[in-house]
Design a protein around this ligand. Structure first.
Ligand code: RIB
Ligand code: CA
Length: 303
């Protein structure tokens, strides 16, 4: 599969941080920018966390600030009970962010991302958080869909949820935005909870993978041990690598069995954020099975 330049939309967040590490380690994937979103924690924190990770990696790419709330209404509850109050297991206090990425007066981060997409001609868009940024970008500039080859989204689940019985966090943040993106994206690869919840790092594996010392291992040991503790307190089998699954679906699709379908997003009060398979469209590639051990090994190689 020929990869296009990539823009990544993210709400770091501990599992986002691991996914960004995986992307950064895969130099053959040309990641050209990060667009931060509200989600796990408020936008001011996710943007600063993205710049902290940029500085930690020494990653020379722009970080733009996207939406601070869903298209309609206010941002709902965060996921700080999983990621820590600052979204990075309290490391915000010691990790210095890279400087802001300057953007022209009167332009916002979403506009800056659109401008970059047009400069690049065509991109793949990896979304690791709510789909508000992409919905807003394509509402403002519908021609953006001509420049987006493939959307990859960690989000949703079939008959499973982690906010309500059938709504996953990223979709539940802004179901209206998700409904628009799932309907309009020419090609969308989805990493659903059904798969991501099977990809969990255990505490022994975390400690083994981060035993090497050095700043990066010290940081990721703290992130992953915190995520392990918080996830297991909520009944998960370990530190769930939700967002890395989306990035690995993009890089190693051969590790997945998939089906083609459409995905409908329910925006009703009763079933807000529920995602279901529909035959109305065939624009979604939905993984039905994954080589979970293989996925964990790919993540381990990046630590
Ligand atoms: O439901 C899991 C998703 O919500 C992940 O993207 C995690 O980072 C949170 O944003
Ligand atoms: Ca995320």
């Amino acid at each position: 599969m020929r990869n296009r330049p990539v823009l990544v939309d993210t709400d770091p967040g501990i599992d986002d941080a691991v996914a960004l590490l995986v992307l950064w380690r895969h130099r053959r994937i040309e990641t050209k920018g990060i667009l931060a979103s509200y989600g796990n924690v408020p936008l001011s924190m996710t943007a600063a966390n993205a710049r902290r990770l940029k500085k930690l990696f020494g990653w020379e790419i722009p970080v733009w600030e996207g939406a601070s709330a869903p298209i309609f209404g206010k941002a709902g509850k965060t996921a700080d009970y999983i990621h820590g109050e600052d979204g990075l297991a309290g490391l915000g206090k010691i990790l210095t962010p890279a400087p802001d990425t300057p953007i022209p007066e009167g332009e916002d981060g979403i506009e800056a991302a659109y401008r970059r997409i047009c400069e690049l001609g065509t991109v793949d868009y990896i979304s690791l958080g709510p789909l508000t940024n992409l919905a807003m970008l394509t509402r403002r500039h519908p021609d953006a869909w001509e420049h987006i080859g493939r959307v990859v989204s960690m989000g949703g689940g079939i008959d499973i949820g982690n906010v309500t019985g059938n709504a996953e966090f990223n979709i539940h943040c802004d179901a209206e935005a998700a409904a628009e993106v799932f309907a309009n994206a020419p090609e969308l690869w989805m990493a659903p909870l059904n798969i991501t919840t099977q990809v969990a790092l255990g505490i022994d594996e975390i400690r083994k993978l981060t035993e090497g010392g050095g700043e990066l291992h010290t940081v990721f040991r703290r992130l992953l041990e915190t995520n392990f503790k918080n996830c297991t307190e909520y009944g998960e089998p370990g530190s769930i690598m939700h967002d890395s699954v989306a990035v690995l679906l993009y890089i190693y699709p051969e590790l997945f069995e998939t089906m083609r379908c459409g995905i409908a997003v329910d925006c009703s009060k009763e079933r807000y954020g529920k995602t279901s398979v529909t035959s109305v469209r065939q624009n979604v590639l939905l993984p039905t099975k994954a080589n979970c051990r293989g996925l964990l090994d790919r993540i381990g190689e990046c630590l």
